[in-house]
Design a protein around this ligand. Structure first.
Ligand code: PLP
Length: 390
């Protein structure tokens, strides 16, 4: 008897977590490891957010909330989406979830049937295809090109479309690519989605983290027609440095929001009550720390880009958002897993192989880590690359 459901056996274990575990083990053993695996900001959650959660806890705000989130938080999110993103959602169209990863999962489970196809541009955030598989649907991976800044073109989107296409997943600014779609590029993709009424999952978790004046646009703000096809996903993990709090949200046309609320009410129920109080304080309070954080990221990005692109054999598309760099390492003739394994063994530097994101030519480095780590790590990567070409 196989105790496992088929859906559990078709999943790919998370490579990022595996590398992270290996690096952490080395660290625990006293080895001086330079880690570039971080998928979260390296600043602490701001104090006023923590204080609000502590206050809520002490006031006894420790019971169930509505499964969709507290009315106050949903209203504050609707207000944020209106003011910052030009999106008209009623609080009833906003559902708060246990992290934006959970938001994505709920959206996919709530919209995709077995047999449906979901278009995912690669390199992709590694959970998307697995979530699609869990829904019994089929991920259709569309490789993007460096020339196009790792962005799917309208032509590629149309070519990937079949009568079974239900959804396309867009992630701008993107993890791991750092690519940011302009308003015009989003419009061109939206036009294709409108032709066949393809739903759009827009994962906007990195919206606040862009560089060199790059503008962020929400695709649902383009027109009423696009709005009707779009599920906007965002959360508190990245902008507010609240990854451990597990709070994300979706905003969607009423029937989709209702369905996601139902799914959530029968699976996790509400996100943690006092965590929601913290998030509310985040939305209502001073947000200048976000600008400070992005400024720090920008300095590290400039340094890392400069160092990486000076290494013979390495090339890199300049990321315009998020906090990752995705250098092309294919010239060394190794698979990305072999490259990262050897790099960790030889130089004690932990990076994530691009194969985890569907593209074997790359590795991902996060710069949500100290400048000291970046400097030392780049010295070692440089030495490693030199040793490969000797
Ligand atoms: C970090 C991340 C998320 C959300 O993370 P949560 O901690 O679940 O809120 C969603 N999408 C992408 C692409 C991410 O990198």
């Amino acid at each position: 008897m196989n105790p496992l459901a088929e859906r559990a056996t078709t999943l790919t274990p998370s490579l990022t977590l595996a590398i992270d575990a290996k690096a952490k083990k080395l660290k625990a053993d006293g080895v001086d490891v330079c880690g570039f695996g971080a998928g979260e900001p390296d600043i602490d959650t701001p104090q006023h957010i923590k204080d609000a959660a502590i206050k809520a806890l002490q006031a006894g705000f420790t019971k169930y909330t509505p499964s969709s989130g507290t009315p106050e938080l949903r209203a504050a999110i609707a207000e944020k989406l209106k003011n910052e993103n030009g999106l008209d959602y009623k609080p009833s169209q906003v559902i708060v979830n246990c992290g934006a990863k959970h938001s994505c999962y709920n959206v996919i489970i709530g919209t995709c049937n077995p047999g449906d196809e979901v278009i995912i541009p690669s390199p992709f955030w590694l959970s998307y295809p697995e979530m699609v598989k869990l829904a019994g649907a089929t991920p259709v991976i569309v490789p993007t090109s460096e020339e196009n800044g790792f962005k799917i073109t309208p032509e590629q989107f149309r070519d990937a479309m079949t009568p079974a296409t239900k959804l396309i997943i867009l992630n701008s600014p993107g993890n791991p690519t750092g690519s940011v779609y302009s308003r015009d590029e989003l419009q061109a993709l939206a036009d294709v989605a409108l032709e066949e009424e393809i739903l759009i999952l827009s994962d906007e978790i990195y919206e606040k983290i862009t560089y060199d004046g790059t503008a962020f646009s929400s695709i649902a703000a383009l027109s009423k027609d696009v709005y009707d096809l779009t599920i906007t996903v965002n959360g508190f993990s990245k902008a507010f440095s609240m990854t451990g709090w597990r709070l994300g949200y979706i905003a969607a046309p009423e029937p989709i929001a209702k369905a996601i609320d139902s799914i959530q009410s029968h699976s996790t129920s509400n996100p943690t009550s006092f965590a929601q109080s913290g998030a509310l304080a985040g939305l209502k309070g001073d947000q200048s720390f976000i600008g400070e954080m992005v400024k720090t990221f920008a300095e590290r990005r400039a340094y890392m880009f400069d160092r990486l692109t000076k290494i013979p054999g390495v090339s890199c598309v300049k990321p315009m958002g998020a906090f990752y760099m995705l250098p092309n390492i294919s010239k060394f003739g190794l698979s990305s897993s072999a490259f990262c394994d050897k790099l960790l063994d030889a130089q004690k530097v932990a990076c994530v192989p691009g194969i985890a994101f569907g593209s074997d030519a790359y590795m991902r480095l996060s710069y949500a880590c100290s400048m000291e780590n970046i400097t030392k790590g780049l010295d070692r990567i440089e030495a490693f690359c030199a040793s490969l070409t000797k």
